[in-house]
Design a protein around this ligand. Sequence first.
Ligand code: IMP
Ligand code: MG
Length: 185
Amino acid sequence: MNEIDPEKLLKNEVISEKQIKNKVKELADKISADYMKKETPPILVGILRGAFVFLSDLLRELKIPAEVDFIAVSSYGASTRSSGVVRILKDLDEEIEKKHVIIIEDIVDTGLTLRYLLDTLSARNPASLEVCAFLKKVEKQEVNVSVKYVGFEIPDEFVVGYGLDYAERFRQLSSIYAIDTDKLK
Ligand code: IMP
Ligand code: MG
């Protein structure tokens, strides 16, 4: 099997490992300050699979106790465009009623995934419901969703690394790269 060589497969590095590390710490500090005074610890709800790397780093930078749960929704498969159809593949293990929920998402593109999850989870009557997204594509949002914590705003191009994939590849890269999808076909 070939080694992963980002230089050969990918276009350019968009966000470096160092920038990611600093940003994760900054987000964790904000969340810690905001939830410090609440009576119960927040529950971080990671959206599988893309958010698991970001969630694990964020969790370890928090200065307050936190719980973790995961939800899996249908993705684009090997396509790079959102179908608009969102389906729950794996639901939460815990009840979230009266809990402070923070949805942890890798990237907000059209906002369709998030819109669906916000509607679904708010129907379960959490004490509060916020979103923390590592990346947000600026020009692209088709659906208006409010994301309280955003890592980086990026232009509308397909990116991989730090948990984000293209057809299940490149999740293991430590920085974010733009990808030339034509090259991979
Ligand atoms: P949305 O529903 O269009 O906001 O899409 C959100 C989901 O699509 C994210 O959770 C990602 O899994 C996936 N996605 C969107 N843009 C990208 C990208 O540039 N790289 C990798 N995955 C992406
Ligand atoms: Mg995803």
